[in-house]
Design a protein around this ligand. Structure first.
Ligand code: FAD
Length: 386
């Protein structure tokens, strides 16, 4: 597929060169074994790509969101799945924005070097779902510790992370003026927690995505692991969402290009009824439509990056980029599997794997409906529905 070179071409070439060392067969094998792509994530970490957003004073590369998003895009475009490691790129944003100097000095250099993985963020709970203000996990201060009780669900990469950012209620919902107040975030030392107070139960799922249920029973966290002010955790989590949404949009765009590349090649080569299937407009048009939609989503993604990197409000653009990109990659996935015919279902073509992987982004980390609700209410000013 021909795409005009952009100003990130050097960066793209460098990430592509690394990704090329991990061919389809590597990712296929990892998927079949439901294993973690340890060697791939190590290579990305050692090369410094996952520390793109960490300022240079803490050992990162101090790049902007645009560059970080290109890294994520190229990972997915190569046939890999950035879901195995994207947490390392953006979870540290909460620390960077709201951590104390001492916390930043302690954590960020080790995260940048890869000595510590901060791959996990514990927000979702089984009973509250998307309505985060209803979380029931509590953290109660006792002397120099917080004692955590409750449950989380769908918490990713816990088994491949050293630290997790945890959102818990520090003031009961009934005692706060606004439902968004009274929640706090903490750094949780996962290996320590597993020894006492936290049980981990993996959730088998459609994608090779390591994700878990977590059960807390009197888990003790040192009070110095509180990030920022007690009670402001929900706001801190929201502050990180624009970067997360935009990076996920870039992953979807990488997937979209991958599907379009594969299906274009296949449709040009596969001969049925004496001619390439791609000669039929019934085959051409869905592929062309996907290309247009991925290209449009790409523009919105770079608009979100531009605003974010200029420290301008970008909530609308980040959400719209995520919406458009997740939809476009899914349409591209459908065209790709459809025009591979039966072969789309064979593991060795990798289409079914990428198809499963890209489907997730309609639901997580934010569902399509919730983005529509954001645009309806926060951009258009329609009456609040919740
Ligand atoms: C593989 C995977 C990995 C994940 N990793 C993490 C992680 O690392 N950390 C973490 O905290 N969470 C994680 N999640 C959770 C994810 O963020 C949630 O699944 C997602 O936000 C949706 O929440 P829910 O599953 O509770 O759905 P629900 O909130 O129960 O919603 C179900 C459906 O109803 C729709 N809906 C709900 N309310 C409304 C409304 N008012 N209007 C219109 N539609 C509505 C939703 O859009 C959704 O489609 C992960 C999920 C998956 C599947």
């Amino acid at each position: 597929m021909k795409a005009a070179p952009d100003r990130y071409q050097d960066l793209r070439d460098a990430v592509r060169a690394l990704c090329a060392q991990f061919p389809d067969s590597y990712h296929r094998d990892i998927d079949a074994k439901r294993a973690y792509p340890e060697a791939f994530v190590d290579a990305l970490t050692t090369a410094g790509w996952l520390a793109a957003l960490i300022p240079t004073e803490y050992g990162g590369s101090g790049l902007g969101l645009a560059e970080a998003s290109v890294i994520m895009e190229e990972i997915n475009r190569s046939g890999a799945n950035a879901g195995a490691c994207h947490g390392q790129m953006y979870n540290m944003g909460t620390l960077l924005r709201h951590g104390s100097d001492a916390q930043k000095q302690l954590y960020l250099p080790k995260i940048a070097s890869g000595e510590w993985r901060l791959q996990s963020m514990g927000v979702t709970e089984p009973t509250s779902g998307t309505d985060t203000t209803k979380i029931r996990t509590t953290a109660v201060k006792r002397g120099d510790r917080y004692v955590v009780n409750g449950q989380k669900v769908w918490i990713s990469r816990v088994q491949h992370s050293d630290w997790m950012i945890l959102l818990a209620r520090t003031t009961p919902l009934a005692e706060v003026k606004k439902k968004t107040e009274g929640m706090s975030i903490f750094m949780v030392d996962l290996r320590q927690a597993e020894k006492s107070g936290m049980a981990v139960r993996p959730i088998a799922n459609m994608v090779n995505h390591e994700t878990n249920e977590l059960f807390f029973e009197n888990l003790e966290i040192p009070a110095e692991n509180l990030i920022g002010q007690e009670g402001k955790g929900f706001k801190y989590i929201l502050d990180g969402l624009n970067a997360e949404r935009t990076l996920i949009a870039a992953e979807c765009i990488g997937d979209g290009w991958w599907f379009i590349d594969r299906v274009t090649k296949y449709a040009s080569e596969r001969v049925v009824f004496g001619r390439p299937i791609g000669q039929n407009q019934g085959v051409q048009f869905p592929i062309a439509e996907s290309y247009i939609e991925v290209a449009a989503a790409n523009l919105m993604r770079f608009r979100a990056c531009e605003l974010f990197d200029a420290h301008q409000p970008c909530g609308a653009e980040a959400n719209m980029a995520k919406y458009l990109a997740a939809k476009a990659s899914w349409e591209a996935a459908n065209a790709c599997i459809q025009f591979h015919g039966g072969f789309g279902f064979a593991d060795e073509y990798d289409v079914e794997r990428k198809f499963r992987e890209t489907r997730l982004y309609q639901v997580a980390p934010i569902s399509t409906n919730l983005i529509l609700s954001y645009v309806a209410e926060h951009v258009l000013g329609l009456p609040r529905s919740f």
